[in-house]
Design a binder for this molecule. Structure first.
Ligand code: GDP
Ligand code: MG
Length: 456
């Protein structure tokens, strides 16, 4: 978003003015002030200078301009006073809101919302082929319904690069008219469908790679947590990955995986993920797919929480909600309370730490508590067994041998089409055996109906 001047490489920062709207009765984890503070950090991450902010409380958004006309007047004056070039709404704007607002601001500023800002940050940080494609796709999908003459130039810019595309910045030249607009729309639709195809190719390659990793049977721990909690710092502490650490939101976009040695000699893989954030639009959750898939296939999660953050509890909550959304809430999870080096008052420390159940407190920065965390993880991954009854068809021979090698068998019964095993498996194999779980009455039913027959 910061633009390079042609004559030198110095970055000129654009001025941004932030607008929050507090809608009564709308479920929100953060107060409008806290949410604006987060938006401000996002804007900073995107390379903007935040020059002012305001908010309005409403019972519901206005149909055409989202906020009221008095507020619009007020913002227009503030925008002039602060020489803002861009107005960022904390709430999601419809294409219509956005167009109407730009009109009311007399086209003196660009109006964008949180989603566009996050997309821009993603575009700046994506580094793998898949990450870049994902962001590009999300940007086009976001833009398509918003494509007006003012946007056409931007759309071309994004299309040309094939890399770090489409800053929300840059005032475009106006296109010649509606016909041109329609051509642009068609071009974007073609781009979208090409990008989707290309993504499928990259993805199938990656899932093959992941399959290989699964076969090697090294369990994976995924680091999840609110953005800025200290996930990358912890990964660096535990490995020599040297993952980019920054006091910025979404400093990392793509999953990074490293091997970690556990205290009792076992190995595991540790994978860093993108930070979670409240009000993450579903469109962006789709853009996160690479990262999220890593999470849902992990054997264990470290949910890293910045214990010193005033909203630590609600951040924890919003991450849990996203985990549910991607069906990763079944995976065993250790809450990791980070940054305890910053808790200088022992009493406060105790109070905040005890407000989380079954958590491990650490400092990813100075390493305090980290070896304890690894012990807990090793216990969880390698020494905890859960009782199961499974029916595994013979064509899944590999899974049957995993039970023999890794599990403890109490009873085994060879049927005509597969094998019924009662016993226990290490927790980390939960995902492997889950498709074969059988409840006792299900089994009896099946036997009665002849679906499962004994051999001979
Ligand atoms: P991520 O977004 O969860 O990956 O967070 P990062 O690892 O990038 O860390 C965000 C910021 O918090 C950085 O400025 C880190 O230096 C800082 N940080 C991370 N862990 C600790 C810690 O244990 N103590 C302190 N004081 N700061 C930390
Ligand atoms: Mg990170």
């Amino acid at each position: 978003m910061a633009k390079k001047t042609p004559e030198n490489t110095r970055m000129i920062k654009e001025n941004a003015f932030l607008v929050g709207v507090d809608i009564y009765n709308q479920h929100n984890w953060l107060t409008v002030e806290d949410s604006l503070e987060e938006l401000s950090l996002l804007a900073d991450t995107a390379g903007l200078d935040v020059v002012g902010e305001t908010y309005q409380s409403l019972s519901q958004p206005h149909a055409d301009t989202y906020i009221g006309s008095g507020k619009i007047e007020e913002i227009r004056a503030l925008v002039r006073e602060t020489s803002a070039q861009i107005v960022i709404f904390d709430n999601e704007l419809s294409p219509r809101h956005q167009r109407e607002l730009e009109k009311r601001f007399l086209d003196e500023v660009r109006v964008i919302d949180r989603t566009a800002l996050i997309l821009d940050i993603f575009a700046q940080h994506a580094s793998t082929r898949e990450g870049i494609l994902q962001v590009e796709l999300a940007q086009y999908e976001y833009r398509l319904p918003r494509l007006t003459r003012a946007w056409t130039h931007l759309a071309r810019q994004a299309g040309g690069g094939g890399g770090r595309t489409g800053s929300v910045g840059g005032v475009g030249l106006r296109g010649p008219g509606e016909t041109q607009l329609e051509i642009d729309r068609r071009e974007i639709r073609t781009k979208i469908s090409n990008l989707k195809q290309e993504l499928e190719k990259v993805r199938s390659h990656r899932s093959r790679y992941r399959l290989q990793r699964k076969r090697s049977q090294i369990p994976t721990i995924a680091l999840v947590g609110y953005t800025n909690a200290g996930k990358s710092t912890l990964l660096n502490k535990l490995t020599d990955a040297s993952v980019y650490v920054a006091n910025q939101l979404f400093a990392t976009m793509d999953p990074t995986t490293r091997r970690v040695q556990l205290p009792d000699g076992h190995a595991c893989l540790l994978t860093d993920t993108v930070g979670f954030i409240q009000k993450l639009p579903t469109q962006l959750i789709a853009a996160f797919r690479a990262t999220l898939e890593e999470i849902s296939e992990a054997d264990l999660l470290f949910h890293v929480v910045d214990i010193t953050h005033p909203n630590a509890q609600s951040q924890w909550q919003s991450v849990q909600e996203t985990l549910q959304l991607i069906e990763a809430d079944q995976i065993p999870c250790i809450t990791v309370l980070n940054k305890i080096d910053k808790l200088t008052n022992p009493e406060t420390a105790e109070t905040v730490i005890s407000s989380f159940k079954d958590a491990v407190a650490i400092s990813a920065l100075d390493g305090m508590g980290v070896s304890n965390l690894l012990q807990v993880a090793e216990k969880e991954l390698f020494f905890r067994y859960i009782p199961v009854t499974v029916f595994i068809p013979y064509q899944h021979g590999r899974t049957i041998s995993i039970f023999h090698e890794q599990g403890k068998i109490d009873a085994i019964d060879h049927k005509r089409t597969g094998v019924m095993i009662t016993g226990s498996i290490p927790f980390r194999y939960l995902n492997t055996f889950e498709p074969f779980f059988k409840l006792q009455d299900e089994i009896e039913d099946a036997e009665e109906n002849g679906f499962i027959e004994n051999i001979g």
